[in-house]
Design a protein around this ligand. Structure first.
Ligand code: 5GP
Length: 190
């Protein structure tokens, strides 16, 4: 998505440790007009996939996932991040390591909100090492649901998470894929 690349070049800030800051339009101040454009683009990519649920993880995935759900006319479910595993049979649960925050957590979603008939589209703001999406895939597997694909607003291709999920046979569509970035500039995958 050309607009996304332009937005990243205009407003993104590359921080040490391979972190891209996009607080001005995606992570803190949300550009709602652009959010709708992003959601339309993702919804159009998966329009023929029979999606009946959008799944993300709190908190930074919620805005874009809700917007995609609205465009597709389907509910959005977000997994919560818990410190303890809380496995009491009423939730699906998967351990996740966050490299960005250097922390571990359990991703949980109530068994009420994910089921074997679901055709799930995974949506997140960033796709980096892929731990968040692998956690969501594990939750869908526990529910017996079908993952029809995954989409991130921004994929950091150099961290390999997106390609590891593509290698599982899952369709991954990111609105922009950053091939490399440092304080001298950002290049995109072509
Ligand atoms: P992953 O699990 O793919 O390594 O990382 C995905 C999660 O980490 C995203 O949900 C996002 O919140 C966060 N994240 C990873 N890299 C970045 C980044 O460069 N910038 C921002 N703002 N968040 C990131």
């Amino acid at each position: 998505m050309k607009q996304m690349e332009e937005k990243i070049l205009a407003e993104g800030k590359v921080l040490p440790g391979g972190i891209l800051k996009v607080g001005s339009f995606l992570n803190q101040r949300i550009d709602t007009v652009f959010l709708k454009d992003m959601a339309r683009e993702i919804a159009a990519l998966f329009v023929d996939s029979g999606v009946n649920k959008v799944l993300t993880v709190e908190s930074s995935g919620i805005a874009i996932a809700a917007a995609v759900g609205m465009e597709m006319g389907v509910p959005m479910v977000f997994a919560k991040k818990h410190k303890s595993s809380n496995v009491d049979g009423t939730v699906y649960s998967a351990p996740v390591h966050s490299f960005t925050h250097n922390s571990d957590y359990n991703m949980v979603v109530s068994t009420d909100y994910l089921c074997r008939d679901d055709r799930v589209l995974l949506v997140d703001d960033f796709l980096a090492n892929g731990q968040a999406l692998h956690g969501l895939i594990a939750l869908a597997e526990q529910a017996g649901a079908t993952v029809v694909g995954a989409s991130a607003a921004i994929e950091k291709g150099f961290q390999g998470g997106g390609d590891s999920i593509r290698a599982m046979g899952i369709r991954v569509e990111s609105l922009a894929i950053i091939e490399s970035m440092d304080d001298t500039g950002i290049t995109f995958r072509r």
